[in-house]
Design a protein around this ligand. Structure first.
Ligand SMILES: Nc1nc2c(c(=O)[nH]1)N[C@H]1C(S)=C(S)[C@@H](COP(=O)(O)O)O[C@H]1N2
Ligand SMILES: [Mo]
Length: 401
């Protein structure tokens, strides 16, 4: 054994018998930060939101918005990586290029897109892979989101498949790269580019120009963005400038470093022992959020109230939402809405209830999908260095008076 390894092993043994003041701290998880106040400063087309930064804009949706299946555009969260977002986009001259390994390069204007292709709609949840990251302890690198780095909208646009068919893929085409229009403040910072394997493509992937019946808000990617229902939104590239088809996967910062979890079964690791291999985050796991009541509210003793919220997964569909008012000892089924917005949308739930005890009351919700997958307790979620994919059972605390 090498000397270095020996010391490592010795430290571990000491830790195991409980003497180790110097041993590494295990990664733990808990409920994410809740009820941060919205900021008074507003951004164009946005109502006051929880603000982490104004350049680039990083805005979170407050919890009480999550009683409605469609998130209003002006309350939809915002995440940009790079500070230099173009100040002005002219819809008359804007166009998107399709190049690389295609038979015919395309240059498509917004007008072309809206008139020369089949128009389709999909309602889908957009959730950042780092949503709820403030649940991780020690702190996982990145924005310390509460639960509101997400929303759901009806997206309208054109199938990516139809556009690629029009261009014609060459035989050895395997990867598609999507480029955003914004620039880094320093030239060393890479542009925001994501890549996708052509095999992963299905008919639900669209280039969307409309969100809930209106043009995309500027901060949500006007005039055109990628929509990949069921997947975390980190790949839903906004303000698209071009799509490039390649044979080889290009090694790119935003694909190789960010938005990855350990490539092991638990997708977990210890803070001081990074797992060597990683994989990209793609499909969303099952999760729920309570929109009403919110932490800090008071409810009246013995009077009727209706607990309301939303549940979603990657498109397998929600089977049940369970509610507990005794800290998770017993659970009862909530009533689900009809689900008519489709399998990628939020499912709304409600749970009529009469608080029978005075004092502090914990309300928890747990979603279960059609595969039988369910949310674990927050404390049972395993740590990862990026703070991705947190889906702990949700909890709010109110007072009964
Ligand atoms: N061009 C561009 N697209 C982007 C990003 C970005 O920084 N630039 N961030 C991605 C990430 S990490 C997320 S979570 C979503 C956020 O979408 P939203 O701002 O519309 O809520 O956009 C994705 N698309
Ligand atoms: Mo994200």
């Amino acid at each position: 054994m090498q000397r270095r390894d020996f010391f490592k092993k010795a430290a571990l043994t000491v830790g195991a018998v409980g003497l180790g003041a110097t041993t590494a701290k295990a990664g733990t998880t808990h409920q994410p930060t809740d009820n941060r106040k919205v900021s008074k400063n507003t951004f164009p087309e946005k109502r006051p939101l929880i603000t982490y930064s104004d350049r680039p804009p990083l805005l979170e949706t407050p919890r009480d918005v999550f009683t409605s299946v469609l998130t209003p555009n002006d309350q939809f969260f915002v995440r940009w990586h790079l500070p230099d977002i173009p100040m002005h986009i002219d819809p008359n001259t804007y166009h998107i290029k399709i190049n690389g390994l295609v038979e015919k390069e395309l240059d498509i204007t917004l007008h072309d897109l809206k008139t020369n292709f089949e128009q389709v709609e999909v309602t889908a949840v957009l959730q950042c892979g780092g949503n709820s990251r403030s649940a991780f302890s020690p702190i996982a690198g990145g924005i310390q989101w509460g639960n509101g780095a997400m929303g759901c909208a009806t997206w309208k646009g054109v199938r990516l498949r139809d556009i690629l068919d029009r261009a014609g893929l060459k035989k050895d085409a395997e990867w598609i790269g999507f480029n955003g229009s914004e620039k880094a403040a320093y030239y060393e910072t890479p542009s925001f580019i994501r890549e996708m394997e052509i095999e992963e493509l299905d008919d639900h992937v669209i280039l969307a120009y409309e969100m809930n019946g209106e043009d995309l808000p500027y901060l949500n990617g006007y005039p055109l963005r990628l929509v990949i229902p069921g997947n975390y939104s980190d790949s839903w590239v906004k303000m698209l400038s071009n799509i490039t088809v390649t044979k080889k996967y290009k090694s790119l910062f935003f694909m190789d470093v960010a938005y990855r979890v350990p490539d092991n079964e638990c997708e977990c690791e210890e803070p001081e022992k990074k797992f060597k291999t990683t994989k990209p985050i793609t499909k969303m796991n099952v999760k729920s959020i309570i929109g009403y009541p919110t932490t800090g509210m008071t409810l009246n003793h013995n009077s009727h109230t209706v607990i309301r919220g939303l549940a979603w997964d990657d498109g397998h569909g929600i089977k049940d939402v369970m509610v507990s008012v005794d800290k998770g000892k017993t659970w009862k089924k909530a009533i689900l809405d009809d689900g008519k917005l489709g399998r990628y949308a939020y499912r709304a739930f409600r749970f009529p209830f009469k608080p029978s005890k005075y004092g502090e009351l914990s309300i928890m919700t747990k979603a279960i999908n059609k595969l039988g997958e369910e949310q674990p307790f927050a404390k049972d979620i395993k740590w990862n260095h990026g703070g991705y994919k947190f889906n702990g059972i949700d909890e709010v605390k109110v007072k009964v008076v």
